[in-house]
Design a protein around this ligand. Structure first.
Ligand code: ASP
Ligand code: MG
Length: 467
């Protein structure tokens, strides 16, 4: 089969892991046509972002210290990978080309003392530029034919929305399929850097954090792959976070829509746009663990097997959020109130995670990240308090609990089971929201009741026994 296989950073962060990934790929390539997509090795994208922060603050020394650390880390991995002299030399050449470019770029932005969205994307794309060399030359060392390619080189063309770019699919499809088909015909395994592409002027763009998942599905859609596997360090999508619930289980099969909901909440973070390119082509995806290859992982498909359709499949929790209750003033019956509140928050860059409004329109509750709370409250006080808002009430330390499962749609009594189970544990529900898709029910409890609530629901819906 034609398989796109993507490795997250934690899968390729030591020489030992790089070697075993290469061996695994080599054995897979005997029976399949494989296309590899890689993230940067763990922590490198964070380091690159830190460099840009230091440069913005004019702290050249610290910026250069991290540059040196990144270069050293990759050279060290190259050395420890223990490749034969020919492939080792080729690997060093590959790394050096990108390292020189990286150093030149750093020199340039330090001189300018300015990091624009465009130069930032160029800078943070280097993690993947380096990691692909480590994997590709490890494959070469084992006797496979392989080539490292950046997103730009493989033909991913995007809009110029730096930091949150989207591929221009018509052009991308033609270019990517042409590049990859010709490599596959020559039995060459492409190792492609995730996360980045280039706009029509050739400037590097990135897809937002975690964007290598999105690269993998974009490529899979372009070449009509038979399957796509996302390899990370968890066994798949689970019924709950195993750090909270000891008997949480891996889900065998979920639908795209369920996976989209789970990706927002779950222990396995997936880039939010990952599933977009798969929807029309209906390419099945597996979410698997690099360190537990025997486990088949979770299969994500357009139409899951009837046997796996359950009312509730997963209970997720996001602890440590803030809640703002906005009340009074002239909110009732005044069109545009919600718009004013939300645009005020948007102006200061606050992302809203959950909203509910009572039908009396006298209050709106908003859940957001705790780190955004101060900024949000300041903005609302400054621009709206005393005008359309009379009172702001803030609760810190709240958890969002969400139940996900497409079987909830049209099933009577799910909500009553949910809240009865929570009541039995004496946990107070602060706010509730259910979208009309009925794919999930989400509610808010204080952080102190989070674990109890998740466990109660995991038990109520017998998720430890899910098949
Ligand atoms: N390296 C990028 C990040 O850390 C992209 C990815 O890992 O998918 O966000
Ligand atoms: Mg990553």
């Amino acid at each position: 089969m034609k398989l796109v296989i993507k490795f997250g950073g934690t899968s390729i962060s030591s020489a030992k892991d790089i070697k075993s990934v290469a061996k695994y790929l080599q054995s897979l390539s005997k029976k399949n046509q494989i296309i590899v997509v890689c993230s940067a090795i763990s922590g490198i994208t964070d380091d690159l972002l830190e460099i840009s922060n230091f440069i913005k603050k004019g702290n050249k020394e610290n910026a250069n210290r991290i540059v040196t650390k990144i270069i050293k880390k990759h050279k060290q991995l190259a050395k420890e990978s223990g490749l034969k002299s020919h492939s080792h030399r080729k690997l060093l050449e590959g790394l050096d080309t990108h390292i020189s470019e990286f150093e030149e770029l750093i020199h340039g932005i330090i001189l300018l003392e300015e990091v624009t969205p465009r130069s930032l994307d160029y800078l943070i794309s280097f993690g993947e530029k380096l990691s692909i060399n480590l994997i590709s030359y490890a494959l070469l060392d084992l006797g496979s034919k392989s080539i490292p390619l950046t997103g730009k080189e493989v033909g991913i063309v995007t809009d110029s929305n730096f930091g949150e770019a989207r591929p221009l699919m018509d052009t991308t499809r033609i270019r990517v399929s042409k590049t990859i088909d010709s490599l596959l015909n020559k039995k060459i395994i492409p190792v492609i850097g995730g996360f980045a592409g280039a706009d029509q002027h050739g400037h590097i763009t990135t897809f937002g954090r975690g964007g290598s998942d999105y690269t993998a599905t974009t490529i899979a859609s372009c070449i009509k792959a038979d399957e796509i596997w996302l390899m990370s360090d968890v066994d798949g999508l689970m019924t709950a976070d195993p750090k909270i619930i000891k008997n949480a289980k891996v889900l065998k099969e979920v639908s795209y829509v369920e996976a989209i909901e789970m990706a927002l909440f779950g222990a396995k973070q997936i880039h939010p746009r990952t599933f977009e390119p798969l929807l029309s082509k209906k390419i099945p995806m597996r979410i698997r663990n690099t360190f537990n290859i025997k486990n088949p992982g979770t299969l994500v498909t357009a139409s899951p097997d009837a046997a796996t359709k359950k009312t509730v499949k997963c209970v997720s929790a996001i602890p440590h959020n803030g809640l703002i209750d906005v009340r009074g003033g002239s909110m009732v019956g005044a069109p545009g109130t919600a718009a004013k509140i939300f645009s005020t928050l948007a102006k200061v860059g606050v992302n809203i995670m959950m909203i509910s409004q009572s039908p009396s329109e006298s209050s709106i509750s908003i859940v957001l990240k705790k780190t955004d709370l101060d900024r949000a409250v300041n903005a609302l006080e400054m621009y709206l308090l005393g005008k359309i808002i009379k009172k702001l009430e803030v609760t810190t330390d709240v958890s969002i609990i969400a139940l996900i499962g497409s079987g909830m749609r049209g099933t009577v009594g799910v909500a009553s089971r949910v809240f009865a189970a929570i009541e039995k544990k004496n946990v107070n529900v602060v706010m509730i929201a259910q979208g009309s898709s009925e794919l999930n029910i989400a509610f808010i409890v204080k952080d102190s009741g989070c674990k109890l609530a998740v466990q109660a629901l995991h038990d109520e819906f017998k998720l430890a026994k899910i098949n």
